[in-house]
Design a protein around this ligand. Structure first.
Ligand SMILES: [Zn+2]
Length: 452
């Protein structure tokens, strides 16, 4: 007779479920949550793990990371990245089609990417494909190979092998994406020459000069173009890393019309503000830039009212050399922030000040992202039948970010030295405890996620 007993159970007084926070016991068998029972159950036939008042939440999902392997593994690789994710309570990542080399723009280069993951995935990982001016005839095979969606740049990507597309390229691509009902993800900045650019060239260590060189209107115009595309094709369009709060009214209006438009923002836009960023510190450089506090307060408001769907990191590391840390030259420095391991405490620390609850954090960093990547029936909730990808964390405990705690490749981040709230204690992947207090189980347990 088949053994029907759970493999084990976890009890917490603070289990984040779709119905709210509960004192409950979560039963797990074969990597799946088989039940969520109110209170602490008495068990004799299987182990019960007690985590007391620590929060038990669905594992975070981060659909915007740059892992850079193969080809730029000296920037970041699958092993370091997926371990850092687990240490941050993240159980599923989705990798961008750049900055690896080759970039993921055909079925062949997607296979190269998959090959590079072998034996190195400590958490689950899915992949975005890319659209560039030259690969219209490769999109169909790329989608058939299992990428979760297609990413485009409307401005220079920073990587010459991944050139930006025009509206005409996108229209051609959208015909294929619409057929397969997969999202187009857009880096939404439409650049045009203005005097802020020349001012920045003259003063390349000034953060304010950098900020003024990439104005909100670049984002606002790009978002407008993406909404028009979404409306024309009635097909899902997603705005990555929204920074300009001025784009929010048109996003609201598009969604009120029922368009399949989704939007993400990132921890750096919610935690930092331009007024406090020192000159000559390239660790804060990302594109679009971190804007002023009044702007960022509106992003929080948009997360609370649902105009922005979720928060993901855009973890985009580079070597300290490429980051031009010594010269502090913001013009020459690689634009990208490394933060994957700290997204939960960063967002939680800022969220508390904005009156956002732990349940809302779970929605913004797990449930809504699961839906976006098409896994709303298996991930992102503590509910019967869902995958037992879980994080146990202490929202009350503070810590100071130290470079020596960083698990990803280069021990640099603008968060080093920040005092944050929220310490990740344990991470479970498919019902296995894969991370606990700084230690990983030795064998990687992550799975490749492909579009079904
Ligand atoms: Zn990115």
């Amino acid at each position: 007779m088949k053994n029907e007993l759970p493999d084990f159970a976890i009890h917490s007084t603070c289990v984040v479920t779709p119905e709210g926070i509960k004192n409950a016991t979560v039963l797990i068998k074969d990597g799946i949550i088989t039940d969520v029972v109110e209170g602490k159950i008495k068990v004799t036939d299987f182990p019960l793990e007690e985590v007391g008042d620590l929060v038990l939440m669905p594992g975070l999902i981060d659909s915007h990371v740059h892992i850079n392997e193969p080809g730029r593994t000296e920037w970041e690789g699958f092993e370091t990245m997926t371990k850092a994710a687990l240490a941050g309570g993240i159980t599923t990542l989705v990798d961008m089609p750049l900055n690896s080399s080759p970039v993921t723009i055909s079925a062949k280069t997607f296979q190269d990417k998959l090959k590079a993951t072998e034996g190195k995935l400590y958490c689950n990982c899915g992949f975005w494909g890319g659209i560039v001016p030259s690969n219209a005839d490769k999109l169909e095979e790329l989608i058939d190979a299992g990428v979760l969606g297609i990413k485009a740049f409307l401005t220079h990507s920073g990587i010459d092998e991944f050139p930006n597309v025009t509206l005409a390229d996108l229209k051609k691509g959208m015909a294929v994406m619409t057929k397969h009902h997969i999202p187009l993800l857009a880096h939404a900045e439409l650049d045009e020459m203005h005097e802020g650019i020349t001012a920045f060239e003259k003063n390349p260590t000034s953060y304010m000069a950098y900020l003024n060189s990439r104005p909100k209107v670049w984002e606002d115009k790009a978002v407008e173009m993406m909404i028009a595309l979404c409306e024309e094709f009635k097909s899902p369009v997603h705005i990555v890393h929204l920074s300009s709060a001025d784009a929010l009214p048109q996003i609201k209006a598009a969604r009120a019309k029922g368009l399949p438009l989704t939007v993400e923002t990132c921890p750096q836009y919610l935690y930092f503000c331009a007024e406090e960023i020192p000159d000559g510190n390239t660790l804060f450089k990302c594109a679009p830039p971190i804007r002023e506090r009044a702007n960022n307060d509106k992003l929080w408001q948009a997360l609370k009212d649902g105009t922005i769907d979720f928060v993901v990191t855009d973890h985009s590391p580079a070597t300290p050399d490429l980051k031009k840390i010594e010269s502090g030259n913001l013009k020459e420095a690689w634009g990208g922030i490394a933060s994957i391991q700290f997204s939960l405490p960063v967002v939680w620390t800022a969220a508390k000040k904005s009156g956002v609850t732990i349940s809302e954090i779970a929605a913004l960093m797990s449930t809504h992202v699961a839906k976006f990547i098409g896994l709303e029936h298996s991930k992102g909730k503590i509910q019967k039948g869902y995958d037992a990808d879980l994080v146990v964390w202490n929202p009350e405990q503070n810590f100071t970010v130290k470079a020596s705690d960083i698990q990803y490749r280069h021990k640099i981040s603008p968060y080093v030295g920040e005092e944050l709230s929220g310490v990740v204690k344990q991470t479970y992947l498919g019902g296995k405890r894969v991370y606990e207090n700084g230690n990983f189980i030795p064998l990687p347990q992550g799975k490749i996620i492909r579009r079904k």
